[in-house]
Each structure stands twice: as C-alpha cells, then as structure tokens.
Design a protein around this ligand. Structure first.
Ligand SMILES: Nc1ncnc2c1ncn2[C@@H]1O[C@H](COP(=O)(O)OP(=O)(O)OP(=O)(O)O)[C@@H](O)[C@H]1O
Length: 645
C-alpha cells in the first residue's frame, strides 16, 4: 500500500491515480484479470487556466526547461543538436520525465504528436547512463515494445541518434518477427542494453530460446509499451502475457498512448504496478483538443464518384500546402488515385501493407527527407482489426462498408505513431472506419509545435463517421462551435472547370490498369527490397537509391493535362491559390519559421484558410478572431463560429 509521502509534488497538467497490484512470493507480477484490479487512490490536479476564448494555456511558472527536469547534461546537449529547444519540453515531457526518473510506473496519455517518444526515451537513457557497466547482464536492460515494424525502425533511429550524440557506450538493437533466427541471435549477443521490438517478436525470441526467460527476469529494468492502445488490438495479448509472467518486481513499466480505450486499461492492469496515470487535460478535459489545436480541420461534401475531381482541384489548383498525405481505405483505391493523378503530372508514392518491409521503411525515409511531396497511404488498420476480431480477439471497432478483404502484414502500421516530418496537409480521400482512426490519421500533421491542415472528402455514406468524429471532438459546452468546418477555398465553379477532364481521364484508369499498376509496383519493390537490404547494410544513410514516386502508367501524361489553362480558373480560385502559395513561401519547410509565421498570422491575419471565403472572396480579419465559414461545394452553408486555433 503506497503511503501518502509517496505522492509526488503537484505536477502540471495531470490526473494522477495510484493503484497497487499483487505480486507472487518471488516478487513477480501476477497476471490479474482486469476486472479484479482496483484503483486504490486517486488525486486530481487541475493546473490549467481558461483563456477568455475558452481555450486553455499552461500556467507560466509551471513551465520548466529540460535542464530543470533533472536530465543528464549530455542528453540536454543532444537535444540542442537535434534542434529541439531545451527550454521547451512539451507538457507530457514536463510531467512524465521527473516521475520516470524517480522510478515510478507511468501511464501517459497525450494527444498525437505531443512528444511522447522523448518523454520516455530521455529518462530511460538517463537511467541507463547511470547503470551502465554496474552489473553483468545476459539480456537487455530495457525493452521498448511497439505494434509495428515501422515504429520499431522509428524508435530505433531516435534512440540511436541520441546515443551517438551523447557519445556513450550503450547499444540499442531492433528485432522484427521476419528476421532469421540467426540474425536475432547475432543482434542479441553481447547483450545490447536496449531492445526495440514488437511483442510478437519478443514472444518468438522467448519460445525459440533466442532470449532466455531467466536472463530476462534477471536483467530487465525498464519495459516500455508504446502506442499501447494498439498493442492489444494488433493481437499481441498472449505475447504480452508471456512476457508479463517474467517481469521482476523491480522492473519499471511505462505505457504510452494517444487515445484511451478498454485495451489500454486492460494492459495497465496486466502489466503496471502502482502506476501514475498522466492524462493531460487536452485529452480528457477539453474534448476537441484530442487533435492538436494547431491543426485546422476541414471537410468537403461530395459524392463518391466526384472525389477524384475534388482531389484534383485541391492539388492542381494549389489550394493546399505540401507535403501531403492522402489516406485511402484500400490498396486498389491508392493505385487508382496514383494513376489518376499521374495523368495530370502529379507524382506520388503509394505506401501499403503489401509491400516488403524494406521498401515501406525506405518510402517513409524518402518522404520524411522531402524527396517527394505526395504520399498515398493505404490505411487498412481497421480491416486488420476486423480480421483479428474474427480470429477471436476482443476488438470491437465500427467498420465502414467500404473495406474490402486484403492480405495484410500483421506488423504493418502507417497511421499510428509514425512521425512523418513536415507534413502540412492530411487528406482523407476515404473517411476512416472510426473516429479514433480519424484522430490518428489527422495526428500525422501538426506534430509538436508545427501547424497543419486536414481536409476530409465525405460522401453521403460516410456522413455517419463524420458525425461520430464531430461528437468525439466537439465541445459539449459550446454546441455552436464546429470543430471541423467546410473547406473554404474550393468553389463549385473551380470543381466544375475540371470536371470534364477529370471524368474523361478517370475512364482511362480502368480496373485492369489498376491491377497491372499494383502488380508492377509490387514486382519493382520486391526487387528493390533485396537491393535496399544490401545497399543499406553498406550505406545506412543513403536515401537516394530508388525513386518510389515513379510513374506507373503505361502512357506518359498528355501535355495538355499537366497544366490547367488559365481561362478555366475563376478569379476567386486564383486569389485563393495565390494566398496559399504566399503562405507556403512565408513558412517554408522550416518548423521554426512556421512558428514565426504562425505568430505573424495571429497578429496580423493573412492565413487564407481563416480570412477567405470561396463564395465571397477575401474577407478582412476581425479583431479577436477571424471569420471562418463559407460553403461546401455541394452548397451547404456554414455560418457557425469556429473555435480559435
Ligand atoms: N520538446 C519538443 N520540442 C519540439 N519538438 C519536439 C519536442 N519533443 C518532441 N518533438 C518532436 O515532435 C515530433 C512528434 O513527437 P512524437 O513522435 O514523440 O509524438 P507522439 O506523441 O509519440 O505522437 P503519436 O501519438 O502520433 O505517436 C517528433 O518529430 C519529435 O522530434
């Protein structure tokens, strides 16, 4: 039973619950049915102030720098070298780091892009710096478990760069289920200090003897479960239970997640001991800030058939800023869209679960490095959820009618947790199957202190999901505030001006063409995957080996489709496009410039998405907030006031 003195000093922005979980005689965690675990105590601190406009701001004197959080100076220097302002930890970092340094088990729930990875990596490394070489080990001291291969790679790169910058003798390795056993054994020889992997892969290592249970029980000091809400829905429950039984009493457990779910609660009860539960008010207190408030969310009402002409208008008339991720719900739709856009000279890469993992990782790296601007991502995560549910997993996710059955890589995930760099716009070409899916997709922009925009194309069939999203994100107290507004820059006449070309071109993107392009891309990528593997072993930093946004159409794009003739574009659209370009030029790709620009926008106006109404031309900025609204292209009016962003 934890005594009152164990309670931490008041922490900023948090809800703290304290609970205790039973141990067996050997001091190991017992696997307890979730419903039996009890919360013993609960303390709630409300340390946010309400602004006049209903938003919230942190209390100034609570804002500690990284220096003041007690981290090793080498880590602080490494952050500076990574261009992260040492004076500005994110709220979750400010709260979680001291608790983790104190050795507490922590459950951290904070919105997408809020810096949860560094919130656990920094104190984890700090502790390993201090412990390094003190004890002979036969297994890694820290396990970081994530749901997908993509996340393994991302966390591995982040931790490796910190280790390099700190110039310490720590070794991190990543293991994925598809690696040969011999490679796993080689990676674990030593042993390394940190293992980044998926629960399935760790279970495989334990069952094949690559990892010895006794060594894990003797060596493991810290276990991190990142993207915890996904770990169970990816079907890792049994794998996690196998590991849980080995966890020694002293092992510190950390659980990170952006959204809450029954699965997170289940995991918490399965693995954690006396955890401090950090739930930033942005997540639970103020509903519409599940999505970072620096992301402006829009929607366009359109029929299914008209989605192609709408996306063409958005991209070709330059009404949105690059870089752009376009989410679809199926691989075929991704290729249809790619082929369609190619005809108009817009090159894009497709990311999907069918591709070999090396190719997927390389596509992500190239996109993050800015080698291409448009990424079409087939987000089939909820198809996977359904497949798992059919296999007996207790996933209960609302499913859109539009998902076809596909063969999926069980460790593929393009949406959750992937830190896409400098993505300004996220487009939902297809709406996701659930509101939680929406939150994770939109969270790929507006990361950390950056700004972003999302535009969802919503067909009549998808209106129920839009409503679900609105009610998840909406502010109960202010029923009139729209969290997602109609996109103001696209006029009906702009869409109509492109209709003939779009419909004519869409006819040439036949099912056969899509099937051939998909097969061709897969063949290319399988070949590339082998090349990539050997190439990257020799040149880990080389990104430019292969182009992933190459043209797949049999015929090159017709020259007349590349450029939209001037006479087709109406004056309002020209002005909107000019303003978007100006905004882009002012912001560039540099996040700090974006911050400066955001400040300028706040002061003087000029953000086209706030000051522009497609039907009425440019509107003047008003004091205390700018007018938003306009009309969706099917004519829906929206005169409601939107919350400031
Ligand atoms: N204090 C900070 N200041 C500026 N940038 C930061 C800070 N902390 C983290 N970042 C950057 O913010 C981005 C998002 O961080 P991260 O991937 O950890 O978010 P997350 O909370 O895990 O998001 P998700 O829930 O989508 O996984 C990363 O590029 C990271 O380098």
């Amino acid at each position: 039973m934890r005594k009152p003195k164990d309670k931490p000093a008041k922490q900023a922005n948090q809800l703290i619950e304290i609970k205790e979980e039973p141990m067996d005689e050997e001091g190991r965690r017992t696997v307890q049915p979730p419903q039996e675990a009890e919360h013993e105590n609960e303390v709630k601190d409300e340390l946010e102030e309400e602004n006049d406009d209903g938003g919230s701001s942190e209390v100034e004197d609570e804002e500690k720098s990284f220096d003041e959080l007690g981290l090793d100076p080498r880590l602080i220097r490494a952050l500076s070298k990574k261009d992260i302002s040492v004076s500005k930890p994110t709220p979750i970092q400010r709260v979680a780091i001291p608790l983790i340094l104190e050795g507490k088990d922590v459950v951290a729930r904070a919105k997408t892009g809020s810096g949860k990875t560094l919130a656990y990596l920094l104190p984890l490394l700090h502790k390993l710096f201090a412990d390094s070489g003190l004890k002979q080990k036969n297994a890694p001291s820290a396990f970081i478990l994530v749901p997908s291969g993509e996340l393994c790679q991302q966390v591995y790169k982040e931790i490796s760069s910190l280790i390099d910058l700190c110039k310490v003798h720590l070794k991190a390795v990543q293991l994925r289920s598809n690696m040969p056993i011999s490679d796993m054994c080689a990676a674990l020889s030593g042993p390394p200090d940190i293992l980044i992997s998926t629960p399935a892969c760790v279970a495989k290592c334990l069952s094949t003897g690559v990892l010895q249970s006794t060594s894990v029980a003797d060596s493991l000091e810290i276990l991190v479960l990142d993207e915890a809400d996904l770990l169970l829905s990816f079907g890792f429950e049994e794998d996690l239970k196998a590991l849980t039984a080995l966890l020694p009493r002293r092992c510190q457990c950390l659980l990170m997640s952006a959204t809450s779910s029954d699965d997170v609660d289940k995991l918490k009860k399965l693995i954690l001991h006396n955890p401090y539960i950090l739930t930033l008010p942005e997540v639970d207190g103020v509903k519409d800030e599940v999505i970072p408030k620096n992301v402006q969310q829009f929607w366009i009402s359109t029929s299914d058939q008209d989605k192609l002409v709408h996306i063409l208008a958005l991209l070709k008339l330059e009404l949105i800023q690059k870089k752009v991720i376009i989410f679809t719900n199926s691989i075929d739709m991704s290729f249809r869209l790619k082929l369609f856009l190619e005809k108009f000279g817009i090159k894009s890469a497709v990311l999907n679960s069918e591709l070999p993992q090396n190719s997927r990782l390389h596509i992500l790296e190239e996109f993050n490095a800015g080698l291409f601007d448009y990424l079409i991502a087939g987000d089939e995560s909820e198809v996977k959820d359904e497949q798992l549910a059919n296999k007996g997993s207790n996933v209960n996710t609302k499913r859109s009618k539009k998902y076809p059955k596909q063969k999926l890589d069980s460790e593929f995930g393009v949406v959750r947790g992937i830190d896409f760099k400098n993505v300004f716009t996220v487009i939902n070409y297809d709406m996701p199957g659930s509101a939680v899916g929406y939150v994770h997709r939109i969270g790929r922009t507006g990361r950390a202190y950056n700004t972003g925009v999302s535009v969802s194309l919503v067909s009549p069939d998808e209106m129920d999901i839009l409503e679900e999203v609105k009610s998840l994100l909406g502010n109960e107290e202010d029923q009139n505030s729209d969290v997602i507004s109609p996109f103001p820059l696209l006029t009906k006449s702009a869409v109509e001006s492109l209709r003939y070309r779009a419909e004519d071109t869409a006819k040439s993107v036949t099912r056969v063409a899509v099937r051939e392009a998909r097969a061709q891309d897969l063949r290319n990528e399988i070949l590339n995957s082998e090349k990539l593997k050997s190439h990257f072993e020799a040149n880990p930093r080389d990104l430019d080996l292969l182009k992933h946004d190459r043209i797949l159409s049999q015929k090159p794009p017709a020259p007349h489709l590349r450029k939209v003739p001037d006479y087709l574009i109406d004056a309002t659209t020209k002005e909107a496009s000019k303003m978007v370009k100006l905004a882009r030029a002012a912001m560039g790709n540099n996040p700090s410039r974006r911050q400066g620009f955001k400040r300028k926008l706040k002061k003087g106006g000029g953000d086209p998405l706030k000051s522009f109404s497609a039907e009425g031309g440019r509107k003047g900025a008003r004091k205390g907030g700018m007018k938003r609204g306009g009309r969706s292209t099917d004519g829906n009016h929206n005169h409601k006031k939107r919350k400031s962003v």
